[in-house]
Structure formats: structure tokens, C-alpha cells
Ligand binder design. Structure first.
Ligand code: E4P
Length: 222
């Protein structure tokens, strides 16, 4: 399963990249706003900076909601770097834009997926990725992980090459469950990825190893 980081924060992206396990980055307008990135030039510069840090797919989301504007914005984003994947919302105009981009060889990530039907339509339009939002479904007492599993099954049944990118991942168990149900990619904040490293028995075990090592190095009393 590929690990993407879900942030526009350059320090977090660098830290995850330095861990050596990062396969890509997802951003969205809220994450860009959180970093105070506004204005077209700044947004474009920021995506370029992300592309310089990470050798992998970088999802850059269009702000436009009308087909013609999505095409223009998406083409400008795609021109930034070969690793840019144009992130398009799940709407009728978005699906039409995904079809257009896929015919032009521009890769896309269909975002804001909350049902299997939406994912199926996006795959048929030629999306490179679909992004079902696990955490936001869980937030409304709906099983987000069941949706990931359902989409994986449907894509496998028909051999769709569209990758299932589990988004809105909120805690380490989401990551484990994504791997169990066969998501192609999961995207999570740095804190959630780092939480995978932790176990109290690892900490106490390491402390004991080091203490024993120190004890053995002490001079033996005659
Ligand atoms: C993916 O890029 C999504 O936009 C993101 O994972 C949404 O996460 P949230 O539901 O925690 O905002």
C-alpha cells in the first residue's frame, strides 16, 4: 500500500520524506489555506516546492467548479510538474473534466467520494485515483472502511486501473484496516503516520536493552 501525506505543510512533508516511506502527497483547498497559501502565484509556487521535495504523485485540487474553468485550471496545474495529479471534485462538471483530462493523458484524483456509485462513475470517466473519505463517513455514524472495501471489490471485478486512495484517515487503525481491505493508497497527516511507530513494549524493551548494556560495561567489583 502506498503512503501519501495529507498536508500542505512543507516541514511535515520533508519529515515524512526523510523517513523514506513516502510515496506521494495530497492537498486540498482547506490544507492550503491552513498554511496561509493564497493567490494563484503563491499556490503554484507552493506546489512546485512540494514537487521538489517528493518524488511521487502530488494531488493539486482545482478551485473551479465549472467545466471550462476546471479544464483551464487543471491544465495549468498539470503543466507545473509531471508528478502533479489534478484533483477534481465529484460533480457532473468534474466527471466531464476527468474524462477530458484522461483523454489528454493528464492524471486525475476524483475527490469527495462518499458512495460506491460515485467511485464507479469516476473510474468509468478514467480517473487515475478516487478518494473516498473514511473519517468523514465515520463522523456521521457510517462505516467508512466498508466503503473502501466495496470500491476495491468493484474495481477488482471489472479490472479498473483506477487506484483506491483512502482519504480522511484519522488514526493508525484506519491505516491498518486500509491495508487489510486492499486500498491501493492511504493518505494521512504526519501525526497519524508517525503513530504507527509507537508501542509501549518497544519503548520499555529498548530501555531494558540499553540498561543491560550499560550494566555489563561497568567494571566488575573484585
Ligand atoms: C484528501 O486529500 C482529503 O481532502 C482529506 O484526506 C480530507 O481529510 P479530512 O476529512 O480530515 O479533512
Amino acid at each position: 500500500m502506498k503512503f501519501f501525506i495529507d498536508t500542505a505543510n512543507l516541514a511535515d512533508i520533508r519529515e515524512a520524506q526523510d523517513m523514506g516511506i513516502l510515496d506521494g502527497v495530497t492537498t486540498n483547498p482547506s490544507l492550503m489555506a491552513k498554511e496561509g497559501i493564497t493567490g494563484k502565484d503563491n499556490v503554484m509556487r507552493h506546489y512546485k516546492q512540494i514537487c521538489e521535495i517528493v518524488e511521487g504523485d502530488i494531488s493539486a485540487e482545482v478551485i473551479s467548479v465549472k467545466y471550462d474553468e476546471m479544464i483551464k485550471e487543471g491544465e495549468e496545474l498539470a503543466d507545473l510538474d509531471e508528478n502533479i495529479v489534478v484533483k477534481v471534485p465529484m460533480t457532473a462538471d468534474g466527471i466531464k473534466a476527468i474524462k477530458y483530462f484522461s483523454e489528454k493523458g493528464i492524471r486525475t484524483n476524483c475527490t469527495l467520494i462518499f458512495s460506491a456509485g460515485q467511485a464507479l462513475v469516476a473510474a468509468k470517466a478514467g480517473a487515475s485515483y478516487v478518494s473516498p473519505f473514511v473519517g468523514r463517513l465515520d463522523d456521521i455514524s457510517t462505516d467508512g472502511m466498508a466503503l473502501i472495501e466495496q470500491i476495491v471489490t468493484i474495481f477488482t471485478n471489472y479490472g479498473y486501473t483506477t487506484e483506491v486512495l483512502a482519504a480522511s484517515v484519522r488514526h493508525p487503525m484506519h491505516i491498518i484496516q486500509c491495508a487489510e481491505v486492499g486500498a491501493d493508497v492511504m493518505t494521512a497527516p504526519l501525526s497519524v503516520i508517525k503513530a504507527l511507530l509507537n508501542h509501549p513494549l518497544t519503548d520499555s524493551g529498548l530501555a531494558k536493552f540499553l540498561a543491560d548494556h550499560e550494566k555489563a560495561a561497568l567494571p566488575v567489583k573484585q
